[in-house]
Write a protein that binds this ligand. Structure first.
Ligand code: NDP
Length: 255
């Protein structure tokens, strides 16, 4: 093997929305493969607790608290990390939210919040970090999409629209930035038990539907997303660009 395919030692990763759920699992997984990681979220107490948990496990973790929907805050956060911690080698655009309501009743403020949190954030952090990466001629960006970009389910149309936009922005970032040495890919998770899905997790009818609909027959475990992230963050994926990797137990592969 000419180089260590899955070794992230010496790399710095910023994972947005990593104080809990999928983001925390991805940050921990990247750190366990050698990266230093920057934990982000809006709530400083939660961010510091997550950093503390990783540090207690002997992993390298830093805190950067900012709101991904605020462009000035994102730029200041990214520039602060670059100056005070080091060059960002890996950006995981993970922060996201969900809100469910029938489309005819969907509140306009929630629509705006979904657009800001799930797609504007990817542009804000992507552009802020890419400007540094382009100067260095290298960098990895991993956007967290969703199977919902492929599956239309009731009461979730705006979320679905934002995740379709994440898929297409991933391809657009590749079109603009691959020539500068950047790789931009996405992971599209299926259904995972995190606080974002708390209402669905407690719904026996939904779980029964999901287990029947998913070829693997179960919910995903957040740790099962780590392999995809390490692959896309490391040298193993050196010629993979503009792709969406589905980690969903086969749900998008079946009708
Ligand atoms: P959670 O709600 O469990 O965690 C969301 C994280 O994002 C928290 O750390 C939260 O911290 C942070 N966050 C939310 N809004 C902002 C903001 N404006 N600025 C900075 N940080 C923010 O969600 P999941 O872990 O379930 O989801 C993570 C990603 O995975 C999302 O993009 C989601 O759409 C996607 N996804 C999830 C699936 C699932 O089954 N769970 C399936 C498919 C995709 P704080 O509130 O303190 O800011």
């Amino acid at each position: 093997m000419p180089y260590p395919l899955f070794n992230l030692e010496g790399r710095l990763a910023l994972v947005t929305g990593s104080s809990q759920g999928i983001g925390f699992a991805l940050a921990k997984g990247l750190a366990e493969h050698g990266a230093a990681v920057v934990i982000n979220g809006r709530d400083r107490v939660k961010v510091d607790a997550a950093v503390g948990e990783l540090a207690a496990a002997g992993l390298k973790a830093y805190a950067s608290t900012f709101d991904v929907t605020d462009l000035a805050a994102v730029k200041a956060g990214v520039d602060g990390i670059e100056t005070e911690i080091g060059p960002i080698d890996i950006l995981v655009n993970n922060a996201g939210m969900q809100f469910r309501a029938p489309l005819e009743d969907f509140p306009e403020d929630r629509w705006q919040q979904l657009l800001q949190t799930n797609i504007s954030s990817v542009f804000y952090a992507g552009q802020s970090v890419a400007r540094h990466m382009i100067k260095r001629g290298r960098g990895k960006i991993i956007n967290i999409g969703s199977v919902q970009s492929e599956l239309a389910r009731p009461s979730i149309a705006p979320y679905t629209a934002t995740k379709g936009a994440v898929r297409n922005l991933t391809r657009g970032m590749c079109a603009d930035w691959a020539k500068h040495g950047l790789q931009i890919n996405a992971i599209a998770p299926g259904y995972f038990k995190t606080p974002l899905n708390h209402a669905l997790m407690d719904n026996a009818d939904f779980s029964a539907w999901l287990e029947k609909r998913t070829p693997a027959g179960r919910w995903g475990n957040v740790d099962e997303l780590v392999g995809a992230a390490v692959f896309l963050a490391g040298d193993a994926s050196s010629f993979v660009n503009g792709q969406v990797l589905h980690v969903d137990g086969g749900i998008t592969a079946s009708v």
